[in-house]
Design a protein around this ligand. Structure first.
Ligand SMILES: [Zn+2]
Length: 367
């Protein structure tokens, strides 16, 4: 992929990078650990479902960074983060992963279904109307528009909706950076994970935990890998667009929740992900080891000068942060925030739960 990902490359050149240790192989669990700085047994999100119901934000037992920043009066915007529905009240905005859905699966019939008007999809709820323009109209994307990321309905059925999804959260992020400026913006993009799962399913079949031979020809496998690489390039373009809208002296952190093996094992072996950081709060260059998804929120809060909790299982990254910054962090025993669901009393179920579950099944995430 040499030279094909200029935005990722520029972050690596200007800042620090490391393999990122992870705590699970399931996205809701990991992204909740990223957001809370604690292990799954503390934050309570242990899978995609609990008793057959999708996990949701009312089940989270530790504050996420957006709750902590809000508590300390610091503004924050969050878009598309796993397990952030129903949208919590924050100092800024939160656009939940239930803001936009695209279905059904056939690209020529992809439709936007967000108009249904559940106010819990975003905070403040007026965003439901305000962001309508930014929902990617090419949700009804034609295969030719999807270009190299699309391999035909039979072998990359997930590509159209995930691209429409990512484009929508990207457009919403750009709009909100303009209309509702906040100090910290966090955006979750899903395309790389989904096309990787797509290839894996196509080439190997079900998730297993050992390497195996592809059941498709080498040519078909190569074509599948080319689609994954094309998705990396398109996500790089979105990253470039977000960076272009970001002040030059901003701190930037890019993380994945896990890595990937294209040998048929998916990421069931908890493959390390990536951690990239650059900006005035970070060291100017270098590759290092030893950072975990648990360290992301402590690192973010340390560079913002917000108190850290002794309850964290992670630490602000000494290797990533400018010398002295981690040591200067203030600590509190625990955040004076409710330990169960900041949205407690709010119904966490959604009419779209079944649609989300359908996606998860189609991806092979859940049986
Ligand atoms: Zn995955």
């Amino acid at each position: 992929m040499e030279g094909r990902l200029p935005a990722f490359a520029s972050l690596i050149q200007r800042g620090v990078s490391a393999p990122l240790q992870t705590v699970s192989n399931a996205s809701p669990i990991i992204w909740t650990s990223v957001a809370t700085g604690v292990r799954p047994r503390k934050h309570g999100i242990r899978g995609f479902t609990v008793a057959g119901r999708n996990v949701n934000a009312t089940m989270r037992r530790r504050p996420a960074f957006w709750n902590v920043l809000t508590h300390y009066g610091r503004s924050v915007g969050v878009l598309g983060w796993w397990v952030s529905y129903p949208a919590e009240q924050v100092e800024g905005y939160l656009v939940s992963p239930y803001m936009v859905f695209f279905g059904p699966r056939k690209p020529e019939r992809v439709q936007v279904t967000w108009e249904a008007g559940d106010p819990r999809r975003a905070y403040p709820p007026e965003l439901l109307a305000e962001l309508g323009e930014s929902v990617y109209v090419a949700a009804d994307a034609k295969p030719e528009e999807l270009g190299a990321i699309y391999g035909g309905a039979d072998r990359s059925s997930q590509t159209p909706w995930v691209w429409a999804r990512d484009r929508s959260y990207y457009e919403m992020a750009l709009q909100l950076m303009e209309t509702r400026p906040v100090e910290t913006v966090a955006v979750y993009l899903q395309g790389i994970d989904v096309v990787s799962h797509d290839l894996s399913y196509f080439a190997y079949g079900r998730n297993v935990n050992r390497a195996r031979k592809p059941r498709v020809s080498p040519e078909e496998f190569e074509a599948g890998l080319a689609r994954v690489e094309a998705m990396y390039e398109r996500i790089d373009e979105l990253l470039a667009g977000l960076l272009a809208q970001t002040p030059a002296d901003a701190d930037v952190i890019v993380v994945s929740d896990h890595g990937w093996e294209y040998d048929g094992t998916n990421h069931l072996n908890r493959n390390p992900g990536v951690f990239l950081a650059s900006g005035p709060s970070f060291r100017e260059s270098g590759r290092f080891e030893d950072v975990s998804v648990l360290d992301v929120t402590p690192t973010l809060l340390a560079l913002l000068g917000v108190p850290l909790s002794r309850d964290f299982d992670g630490l602000p990254s000494e290797a990533a942060l400018r010398p002295g910054l981690a040591a200067a962090a203030r600590w509190v025993d625990a955040y004076p925030l409710p330990s169960v669901g900041l949205t407690s009393g709010v119904d966490g179920t959604s009419p779209d739960d079944e649609q989300l579950m359908d996606r998860l099944r189609a991806l092979g995430y859940v049986e």
